[in-house]
Design a protein around this ligand. Structure first.
Ligand code: 5GP
Ligand code: MG
Length: 199
């Protein structure tokens, strides 16, 4: 069954997957509206330039897809992938690239697109590495922010929503690679975390 816009199934259509969610924080419609506003702001600010949007796989891909289609000026997109890391290596600001960008950044207006900024450690490392490649500008756009959790300062140019200091899933964000397909964002029930293979 589709909602009135026909874009996504309703939460109730997800069965056991949605049953694992204790609370919806942002609905698909709320996310869609905010992403459209962000796309409009980016289109205005970068008018006359041709920004390069950069995302880190995998969590950002639904946001990137929707944001890209909310931007009405010429725009390009590229992705990188990083290895998952332990907490201790992360705190040393250490990230291993599994897939680098296809595009050179020199002279480009780069917009780094994130799903959620938490401690900021990963992003801080990546921004340093990208800045060294000589972009004309480098700004950050994140759908979600957990400002209370920040360990290193991150200048954010475009922000969708603040989140509580809690673990969320949906709209690309996973728990053990599941729940990325939920079109809304929510909290998981406590008992889900103890489970062996989820759902
Ligand atoms: P940090 O900012 O701590 O270096 O790392 C941010 C990354 O941690 C995000 O890109 C995301 O992959 C993951 N992350 C942070 N908070 C959450 C959350 O609430 N849910 C999920 N699924 N991932 C999160
Ligand atoms: Mg991420």
């Amino acid at each position: 069954m589709m909602n009135e816009k026909g874009a996504h199934p309703e939460p109730g259509d997800f069965g056991p997957l949605a049953d694992d969610v204790s609370q919806v924080l942002y609905t698909a419609a709320e996310i869609g509206e905010r992403v459209r506003e962000m796309g409009q702001a980016i289109s205005q600010d970068y008018n006359g330039r041709r920004p390069l949007l950069i995302g880190v796989l995998k969590g950002v891909f639904p946001f990137m897809a929707d944001l890209l289609r909310a931007i009405t000026i010429p725009v390009q997109v590229d992705f990188m992938a990083i290895a998952s890391y332990s907490r201790s290596t992360r705190q040393q600001g250490f990230v291993r690239l599994q897939k680098d960008l296809d595009e050179p950044l020199e002279g480009r207006h780069v917009l780094f697109v994130e799903d959620v900024i938490d401690t900021g450690l990963t992003l801080s490392y990546l921004l340093r590495s990208l800045r060294a490649r000589g972009p004309a500008s480098l700004e950050v756009c994140t759908l979600f922010d957990k400002p209370q959790r920040r360990l290193v300062p991150i200048p954010i140019r475009y922000k969708g929503f603040d989140l509580p200091e809690k673990f969320v899933v949906g709209y690309g964000l996973d728990y053990r690679e599941l729940y990325r397909n939920l079109p809304f964002v929510g909290l998981l029930k406590a008992d889900v975390f103890g489970r062996d293979n989820g759902v």
